[in-house]
Design a protein around this ligand. Sequence first.
Ligand SMILES: NC(=O)c1ccc[n+]([C@@H]2O[C@H](COP(=O)([O-])OP(=O)(O)OC[C@H]3O[C@@H](n4cnc5c(N)ncnc54)[C@H](O)[C@@H]3O)[C@@H](O)[C@H]2O)c1
Length: 251
Amino acid sequence: MTDLRFDGRTVLVTGGAGGFGSATCRSFGDRGANVVVADLNLEKAQEVAADIPSALAIRMDVTDPESIQAGIQSAVDSFGGLDVLVNNAGAPNRSGPLEETSVKDMDWLYQINYRSTVIATQAALPHLRASEIGNVVNVASISAKRPRPGHAVYCSLKAGVEALTRATAVELAPEIRVNSVSPVIAETGFVKNAMGSDKIPDDVRASMVAGIPMGRTADTQDVANAIVYLASDLASFQTGVCLDVDGGRSI
Ligand SMILES: NC(=O)c1ccc[n+]([C@@H]2O[C@H](COP(=O)([O-])OP(=O)(O)OC[C@H]3O[C@@H](n4cnc5c(N)ncnc54)[C@H](O)[C@@H]3O)[C@@H](O)[C@H]2O)c1
């Protein structure tokens, strides 16, 4: 279906070497896009880019405005423009419950989960405006609507990403569409960062899955599919949509 093709279009994915990011990069690559895999971890970004026919791996630190600006410029220098920005990089609370969340951690959570999205969108704007399909997809979280204890700052910043999605959709229409996805828990590096272990303990997974009507956690491909759809011509009349990818968790 040509509506889901991205031939000749350039897509930049922040956090592109991680769980959702790498699946998203591969999905855009499979559909003909030039893919810029932007991540703090350059080595992993290079591994992801190696499997994609037209790709560039760059080191980008989304907590550093200059690094964001430089990364977007190198995408444009390499491929002649930028059509789709996926603001995917993000991370959970490092310090746990509210009373233990330090001001330093709050500031870092704000920078990586929210400020990065604003700054990357600002930096990409001239290029997205020059594109025929200028497009932003932000990665929020179902925890914005259905928070669990221990992640108050992260959840509220992701709610900010959803509100930012709607606000920028209004401000940037009709030239640029802005949408977001809100995934439920998936067993990526994110879980390792949140729980300090590679796998969710069986009892914790069972209690999480009990709240997901579809009876499982998210796969990275579930999230990649939603991002590709929102960026595609099939969604050309959709902007400001915050699409839950949550197996029904939000019901
Ligand atoms: N996995 C989940 O359960 C879940 C659920 C809802 C939302 N999310 C959101 O999905 C997004 C992607 O998370 P994931 O699950 O793929 O996690 P992940 O840990 O697998 O991937 C995150 C990637 O971001 C990179 N990164 C870390 N700091 C960075 C920085 N400062 N600059 C640039 N890149 C940086 C990491 O190297 C990694 O490759 C995040 O915004 C996260 O908040 C995740």
